[in-house]
Each structure stands twice: as structure tokens, then as C-alpha cells.
Design a protein. Structure first.
Length: 185
């Protein structure tokens, strides 16, 4: 078993060892972000049901409970089950892909995307009106209440957006999921 400087140690079959630390990082990011999403939704449902929007940060943000049966902008409200299946597919793809990760940035980005997909999936599976039809709990409205200027969203949506943006940025910078840079050997 020989290794080149800077490369991953090889196993007896000649393949690189699994990047356990990156998988662990992805899992930790996903678990923490998912827990924050679930807890925030529990708090919002228990405190903001039947309440007017709460103004914070000088009106830059309003907290209000919105039960969303659709996707972003409440589009496709009759297709909740499709969004649940898409979330399951995204989660499966991220988990399948995790074993190949060697980039810290990609692990963080995919961990956030996984947390966001699972956060909204939990709502679609366990909230009324029923499994695969559950309404997602949204509660953050920016610059005005009632989605006046921007759709109401939740922490899971934020995780998907930030994770996706990080992955796009890494791609634009030429940083591959395996930690290499495009154009370099």
C-alpha cells in the first residue's frame, strides 16, 4: 500500500479509503439544521396560531404562521404528494453521493440541502391533512407581513437555498465534490 503526498490512503483493492470525516460533517450539518427547523416549526405552531404577524428587526422581518400546501410562492397546491416524492429522491441522492465526498464545502452544502429536503418532507408526511399531503409550516416574511414583498418561508427553505448557492459557488470556482480543482491534476 503506497500513498502519494496529499492523496487519500489506498485500501488493499487499490481504491481510496472512504472519506468518513466528510460524511460525518455532512451528517452533523444535516442533523443540526433539521433539528433547528423542526423545533422552530413546533414553537411557531404553538405560539403564532391565530395571531397577527409579529414585527421584529424594525420591520425587516415578520413572523407569522402560514400553512403552505404547495411549493415556493404557494404554487401547485394540488401536487403536495409530488413534492414529498421529490424530497425523498433528493434525500436519497444526497445520501448516495455522500460516500464520494472529499470537499468540506460540498459536505456542508449537501448537508444543508439534505436538512432542507427532510425538514419539509417531515411536514408533508406528518402534518394535516395527512401523509404525503401535509402542509409545510412557513413563518418568515421579509420586508412586510403576508408575503407582501417576498414569499413566506422557513428554515428548511433557507437551508436548501444556502446549500444550493454554496454548491453553485463551489462549482463556479472549479472545486469538485472530491476536493480537486477543475483543470488541475
Amino acid at each position: 500500500m503506497s500513498t502519494e503526498q496529499g492523496s487519500q490512503p489506498e485500501t488493499e483493492t487499490g481504491q481510496a479509503t472512504p472519506p468518513r470525516r466528510r460524511v460525518l460533517l455532512l451528517a452533523c450539518v444535516a442533523v443540526v439544521a433539521l433539528a433547528l427547523d423542526i423545533v422552530s416549526k413546533l414553537i411557531v405552531v404553538s405560539t403564532l396560531t391565530d395571531h397577527a404577524p409579529v414585527r421584529i428587526l424594525g420591520g425587516a422581518v415578520y413572523l407569522q404562521l402560514v400553512r403552505n400546501a404547495g411549493a415556493a410562492f404557494s404554487m401547485a397546491t394540488g401536487l403536495t404528494w409530488v413534492f414529498a416524492l421529490v424530497a425523498i429522491a433528493v434525500a436519497g441522492a444526497v445520501i448516495w453521493f455522500a460516500g464520494r465526498l472529499r470537499s468540506i464545502g460540498w459536505a456542508i452544502g449537501l448537508g444543508l440541502v439534505l436538512a432542507g429536503a427532510l425538514g419539509n418532507l417531515v411536514d408533508r408526511l406528518f402534518r394535516a391533512p395527512g401523509p404525503l399531503r401535509g402542509h409545510v409550516i412557513d413563518f418568515i416574511s421579509v420586508f412586510g407581513p403576508n408575503a407582501q414583498y417576498f414569499p413566506v418561508f422557513n428554515l428548511a427553505d433557507s437551508c436548501i437555498t444556502v446549500g444550493g448557492a454554496l454548491i453553485v459557488l463551489l462549482s463556479l470556482l472549479g472545486i469538485e465534490y472530491d476536493g480537486t480543482r477543475r483543470g488541475r491534476k
